[in-house]
Design a binder for this molecule. Structure first.
Ligand code: NG1
Ligand code: ZN
Length: 556
């Protein structure tokens, strides 16, 4: 067939280094950019097949997120803007690792197994981050799409969540928004302005925010967005990519793991600051406290802030919707405890404090607790778990996350917001909820959208960053990376909180943990780097550091 001839010819321009084996990991393929040309071409092919199979537009994002500038990577985006379904991750790995002469067989194998009609049209959206290698690598993706006769739209430089958003908009015929970067800015900024416009006496200080753009795509895009925000948020941008290297001594991953401020951000005591990662799907906040002490507000603190805000609005609106927070093993023990225990008490307190008028409008008392779930690392797992609830707030501790609303929940909120017979307080809460839904990029974690949401919540609740930080106190913790000969010998269970192999490792960890107070530790092989990650927390920083160190020695 002519189509396959074209694939043969074009694949010769994107040859696979013999013997190279790569894995579709936690977030797609990721390695040194020099090893990825053939993978990109083949992901263009696979995205085209996925599009034919789903009869929908598929996304391909060229990025290696928080990895060093020399690396690159690629991830596929499914029709609703979510991560590609696991079965196709397997195909991705098979296709990427097929030797040059086996490529057509591997491709035909996918076509056959999925019973794909090759006559079906295909459409693929492509985006890339600011890495020097992203230009040629995204071109390789486009070559793959065209080799199989697919249509493509090249969005060029966009954040990962922007590309997810475009795919979702396209496949919902605009119901989610307009599939353009401007449409994205308009939707989010309108929602933000609606949310904050009635907040009384917002001072310039309260509107000010320092942003570390990680020298990446997020810096570029937040600059483009700023005019749409009409001074309702005043951003001071650092690490904007004009001189520094991507993710080098800056960005969300650096700040979270090193627990220190990024290079180049001039912060004064008490100022709110945030850092994006290299493709702007993660965000963390921080500030400098008294005596210059660094305070981090990570994904767990973000999830807590957002879920308590939503819970409060649901109570005020009298909407009985179930709300869950989904975390991973990396969630700080204090955050889990706060959500499981304190939130219950908090909701009861709120109910008993509410005025009689408010209580009388509650059709049924809202469920009193926020449900907390733990999944394996990787947004796809959290996203999936969050879909089971009316409202699912999911965040990895590293700041990667978003909020999902079920269709039924969105409808209830919308109905109440439009009901002119309802009383003013309930309606106000419903309108706030409606604008909150519009502000959130539900397809995937989004640093810009999350930033706007956090800023809106702080403004509405009249909270300072210090008050937010004081909701609970993090247990001191430490994350370490350990290089081992083969990280895959480590196998885990219980949402990665325990190891099942190699034999004896879990017992060794258990006995080390027993030596410390309020301690917890686990290890797991990274899905994005060739390392084993070690996590430890305990009552003091010294204990957390010592435990992490001892556990790393047990991993060797
Ligand atoms: P790995 O390398 O599998 O730990 C890291 C992050 C994940 C996720 C992915 C994708 C940690 C501990 N792990 O995965 O949470 O964000 O990268 O970016 O932060
Ligand atoms: Zn990222």
């Amino acid at each position: 067939m002519a189509q396959f001839e074209e694939v043969s010819q074009k694949s010769a321009i994107h040859p696979k280094p013999v013997g190279l084996v790569l894995q579709y990991g936690t977030a797609g393929f990721r390695t040194n950019s020099k090893q990825l040309d053939h993978v990109m071409f083949r992901m263009g092919l696979l995205a085209t097949l996925r599009s034919k199979k789903t009869k929908a537009t598929i996304g391909v994002m060229v990025t290696a997120s928080h990895n060093p500038e020399e690396d690159n990577g690629v991830k596929l985006v499914d029709p609703m803007g979510e991560m590609v379904t696991p079965a196709w991750e397997v195909y991705a790995t098979q296709l990427a690792n097929a030797e040059q002469e086996e490529l057509l067989t591997a491709l035909k194998d996918v076509i056959e197994r999925e019973a794909i009609s090759m006559a079906q049209e295909a459409s693929v959206f492509v985006g890339k981050d600011t890495r020097p290698s992203s230009d040629s690598l995204s071109q390789a993706v486009l070559d793959g799409v065209h080799a199989l006769g697919g249509h493509s739209k090249d969005y060029g430089l966009v954040t990962t969540p922007q590309l997810h958003y475009m795919v979702c908009c396209q496949n919902t015929q605009g119901r989610y928004g307009e599939a353009t970067v401007k449409g994205y800015y308009r939707k989010l900024s309108q929602a933000f302005i609606q949310l904050t416009k009635n907040v009384p006496n917002r001072t310039d200080d309260q509107k000010a925010l320092l942003v570390d753009g990680a020298n990446g795509i997020g810096a570029l895009k937040v600059c483009e967005m700023e005019t749409y925000l009409k001074n309702e948020l005043q951003l001071s941008l650092f690490n904007d990519g004009s001189s520094g290297k991507l993710n080098h001594l800056c960005g969300a991953d650096y700040v979270k793991v090193q627990q220190r401020a990024p290079k180049g951000v001039e912060m004064t005591a008490g100022e709110r600051c945030c850092s994006y990662d290299g493709d702007a799907d993660r965000i963390v906040y921080y500030y400098s406290g008294s005596a210059g002490r660094f305070h981090l507000l990570d994904g767990d603190k973000i999830a807590t802030l957002i879920s308590t805000y939503l819970k409060e609005l649901l109570t005020q609106a009298g909407l009985d919707l179930q709300i869950a927070v989904v975390q991973t093993a990396y969630a700080n023990g204090s955050s889990t405890q706060y959500l499981e225990d304190t939130m219950k008490v908090w909701t009861h307190t709120l109910l008993s404090l509410s005025n009689t008028h408010m209580r009388s409008v509650l059709t049924s008392p809202p469920s009193s607790q926020v449900i907390v779930r733990c999944t394996k690392t990787g947004v796809k797992h959290l996203h999936h778990a969050a879909q089971e609830f009316d409202i699912g707030v999911y965040f990895e501790a590293n700041g990667h996350g978003t909020v999902l609303f079920s269709k039924a929940a969105e409808k209830k909120i919308q109905k109440l917001a439009q009901d002119s017979n309802t009383n003013a307080e309930r309606r106000r809460a419903a309108l706030l909820l409606q604008n909150t839904v519009n502000l959130i990029n539900q397809t995937v974690g989004d640093a810009i959208s999350d930033m706007l949401l956090i800023e809106a919540v702080l403004a509405i609740r009249g909270m300072t960053v210090q008050q937010w930080d004081a909701i609970y106190t993090d247990l001191p913790n430490r994350q370490l990376k350990v290089k081992v000969a083969d990280r895959r010998v480590i196998d885990t269970t219980d949402a990665e909180r325990r190891t099942v192999s190699p034999a004896g490792l879990q017992e060794a960890i258990d006995s080390l943990v027993k030596k410390y107070r309020q301690a917890r530790s686990f290890v797991r092989p990274s899905g994005t780097e060739d390392v084993v990650r070690v996590y430890a927390e305990a009552d003091t920083q010294e204990s957390a550091d010592a435990l992490a160190h001892e556990v790393s020695l047990a991993v060797y």
